[in-house]
Write a protein that binds this ligand. Sequence first.
Ligand code: ADE
Ligand code: ZN
Length: 328
Amino acid sequence: MKALIEQLPKVELHVHIEGTLAPERMLMLADQNEVRLPYENLKAVQEAYNFDSLQSFLDLYYLGASVLITELDFYHLMRDYLNDAIEQNIVHCEVMFDPQTHLARGIGFDVFMPGFIRAMREVYDESGLTVQLILCFLRDLPEADALKTLDLALPYLSDVTGVGLDSAEVGHPPLKFERAFLAARKLGLRPVAHAGEEGSSDMIAQALDVLRVERIDHGVACVEDEALRRRLIDERIPLTMCPLSNIKLCVFEQMAQHPILDLLDQGLCVTVNSDDPAYFGGNLVQNFLALYETFDVSERQLRQLVVNSVNGAFLANERKQALLDQLL
Ligand code: ADE
Ligand code: ZN
């Protein structure tokens, strides 16, 4: 099974590019770009990555992103992740990015987008790995800022597939972003949102009803609500779950409590993803391995999880079918 996990052609639908920043590169860029971080060395970084909530992680995640300054920094960030994706036999990935984190530091779309795009094109030419970008709004900022960000993104939208909603969930419901998502959908962006990570199952229903999202990121809170689970099955809404993330952020105490396999067996379209691999101790393969070690996942379940990711991807049906043919 471990070999199968490694070898299967996989799809990743929920990974934040800023959350792939390896501590080694973070320290190197801090030095190069003269950004002060409160870490003396790698060991200090590892010790700091000990979270007790989503917010305790977000504080260090935004601090880490502050070392990214030049187009070349963003190129290396994307290239590092995509190199690892190739190693893991990921054949398609949908990568989130947080423009507001960079805009707030005076770093514009004209800096990070060319860096991302160069890495994406190189890797496609070298390996055939397809990459799509999902522009995320930070939900703890006002909706007016999200609308401004969308405006700044206009010249780059031919390279952006989706729009997402991330950062601190509690106190910032989907309702706050109704107009921003309406505008994004009108521009042809495919909508997704983090919901039911630390927040309640109501946030999942609200993201579906108000933002009209096509996928829910995390969504573990659906365990609270049977009628909602029925709806998620009926409407075939993919849930992009991130097991190691949920443990590191104390959503669940232990992996054995994670509901992903139960939900899979109930017929929900759950998928496995890494979220912020540099912060949560594992890439996509390591998330699968963590599930396997805890739940003794069967080959049928493993293949279904990967099939769900293919079905949930924002890919043309033809490419989906080609990937499914490789899996069955
Ligand atoms: N941004 C990066 N990772 C996130 C997560 N797990 N939840 C919300 N916002 C995020
Ligand atoms: Zn996430």
